[in-house]
Design a protein around this ligand. Structure first.
Ligand SMILES: *Cc1c(COP(=O)(O)O)cnc(C)c1O
Length: 389
């Protein structure tokens, strides 16, 4: 019976008529690259975070670009060490290597799958400059502990918030916490999408200024100012060898309307997560940790782990789910297992027991707003069937 149903993809974006109309408007306007819509998206994003004066949102063409710009603006370079979690996507760590800095990977807290602050503190050396926590799956990392360690040791903190829109930590939205910078992703499968895109958020005026210059070739003001100035203005100066990281207006057009729908998207994701939690209660699965107190989980990912008494291993579980027409994934193959990271730093899985064990038992199930209640039920039924054998 389930064979007759089409394959349920692991993730799908939800793009509506407003997004499409705004993209068409950009195309017809004659201004397709960074311009008024990118600026509006930045303003709307800063307003979404509460509109605090001095908090700047800087649109970029990926979160990877935003992380690179943040570390560059903080002066991270050769000889420096950046501490992050092994349990993440490679983008979190690769940006430090772009700058010639070294990456120090640490293990996770097995309950939350977020970076373990005790491991961070133990990894600090005289070369440590920055900590990059990831709010894994959309659950805030232990930012009180991380910010306190950073303060005590004089370190910078750049949050990889690719999963964390909208996530709260003690009632405050991620993006407004007292770190140096926070970077969001609008990649196709994230909680809102611009196809490719990202947002760098900071209260540090010097960091913002540097990131805006480096975002576009090291030009001392952006193309939008240059071409719309009232006074004819052809002159510009290159003040650094910058990058090409600006977000196009075509992409920003999507972002403007995705952002308007974010609260609704989050509510639907929460609903699906709750349906899964309830359905999986009696099964040999560890369901994802909930946010503490009244805090909000962004539910970018719903990651289950097979319990010790599960009748099959992770690979067999995935094979059965695929056979039942359900797309799933694994987040992540830890960085310490990838050839580049393993060989560059001589890493060994025994140094990351919690990440390693979680990886060996974890599966990410479909969780996205385009899923119907029937799709959710299909996943629930398939998980039950796969575990019963
Ligand atoms: C998606 C993702 C990124 C990179 O985002 P892009 O916008 O694709 O560059 C970085 N870190 C984590 C944890 C991610 O999931």
């Amino acid at each position: 019976m389930s064979q007759a149903l089409p394959f349920l993809p692991f993730a799908l974006p939800e793009i509506g008529d407003e997004e499409i109309a705004e993209v068409v408007d950009a195309l017809k306007s004659g201004w397709v690259t960074t311009g008024p819509k990118a600026r509006r998206f930045e303003q709307d994003f800063a307003a979404f975070l509460g509109g605090e004066p001095g908090l700047e949102a800087i649109a970029v063409n990926s979160a990877t670009a935003g992380l690179h710009l943040a570390l560059e603006a903080l002066g991270i370079g050769p000889g420096d060490e950046v501490i992050t979690t092994t349990h993440t996507f490679t983008a979190t760590a690769e940006v430090a290597r772009y700058l010639g800095a070294d990456v120090v990977l640490v293990d996770i807290d097995p309950a939350t799958l977020n970076i373990d602050p005790a491991q961070v503190e133990a990894a600090i050396t005289p070369r440590t400059r920055c900590i990059v926590p990831v709010h894994y799956a959309g659950l805030a990392a232990d930012m009180d502990a991380i910010l306190s360690i950073a303060r005590r040791h004089g370190l910078k903190v750049v949050e990889d918030a690719a999963h964390a829109l909208p996530t709260t930590h003690r009632g405050a939205l991620v993006g407004t916490l007292p770190s140096d910078a926070t970077v969001f992703s609008f990649y196709a499968n994230k909680t809102i999408t611009t196809g490719e895109g990202g947002m760098l958020v900071t209260r540090d005026a010097a960091l913002a200024q540097r990131a805006k210059v480096m975002r576009l070739h090291g030009i001392n003001r952006d193309a939008f100012d240059r071409f719309t100035a009232k006074v004819p203005s052809w002159y510009y100066e290159i003040v650094a060898p910058g990058f090409k990281y600006n977000l196009t207006d075509i992409a920003a057009a999507l972002g403007i309307h995705q952002l308007k729908r974010l609260r609704g998207f989050q509510a639907r994701r929460e609903q699906i997560a709750q349906a899964y939690d309830a359905a999986f209660a009696g099964l040999p699965l560890i369901v994802p940790p909930r946010a503490k107190g009244d805090d909000q989980h962004a539910w970018h990912l719903y990651v289950v782990r097979l319990a010790d008494d599960a009748p099959l291993d992770r690979d067999a579980f995935i094979e059965r789910l695929f056979a039942l027409g359900i797309g799933v994934s694994v987040h992540y193959i830890p960085l310490h297992l990838h050839p580049y990271w393993r060989e560059r730093y001589g890493l060994d899985a025994a140094r990351f027991p919690h990440s390693q064990r979680a990886y060996e038992r974890m599966v990410s199930l479909p969780l996205y707003t385009k899923m119907s209640d029937a799709d959710v039920q299909r996943v629930i039924d398939a998980v039950g069937q796969a575990l019963r054998g």
